[in-house]
Ligand binder design. Structure first.
Ligand code: FES
Ligand code: FES
Length: 163
């Protein structure tokens, strides 16, 4: 095991949105900051930095996590998906399209995290009830849109009617 001294950088190798990436980080660097600053994944938004707002939510090793609550070094070898993975060629996926259709975002700051939490939910349960969506979306802070449009958008996407 390598012992890092103050000022040393740790090398981190991970898979980000299907591509192998490597970078160096101070041992205390947050995963959210690493993804944004070292990997260019600026769809990872940082709001509260203490696990409350949900803006920084990503999917890591198949589970939605708040990347401000993890250290970059904890992601060594991880498979990470960010909001950028949802539209790799610029074409919105069904959930994103439903958000557009239902005006489920205004400033959009909260949106990447909500989308990733919903993607995580749909992988575990492709046909969730409205209450489950409310529960998931309720874990995110949106200061401007209000939640009903977001929940309507998710229901629309799930029922396959978003276009
Ligand atoms: S920035 Fe991570 S939960 Fe708010
Ligand atoms: S759309 Fe602005 S914070 Fe949610």
């Amino acid at each position: 095991m390598t012992t890092l001294k103050p000022g040393d950088l740790a090398r981190i190798d991970l898979t980000l949105n299907g591509e192998a990436v490597s970078g160096h980080a101070e041992p205390r660097m947050l995963l959210a900051d690493f993804l944004r600053e070292k990997c260019g994944a600026t769809g990872v938004h940082v709001g509260c930095e203490h696990g409350v707002c949900g803006c920084c939510t990503i999917v890591m090793n198949g589970v939605a996590v708040r990347s401000c609550l993890a250290l970059a070094v904890q992601a060594e070898g991880a498979v990470i998906e960010t909001v950028e993975s949802l539209a790799p060629d610029g074409t919105l996926n069904a959930m994103q399209e439903a958000f557009r259709k239902h005006h489920a975002l205004q400033c959009g700051f909260c949106t990447p995290g909500i989308l990733m939490s919903l993607i995580d939910l749909l992988r575990r349960n492709p046909k969730p009830e409205r209450e489950e969506i409310v529960h998931v979306v309720g874990g995110h802070l949106c200061r401007c849109t209000g939640y009903s449009n977001i929940i309507d958008a998710a229901m629309d996407a799930i029922n396959g009617t978003a276009k």
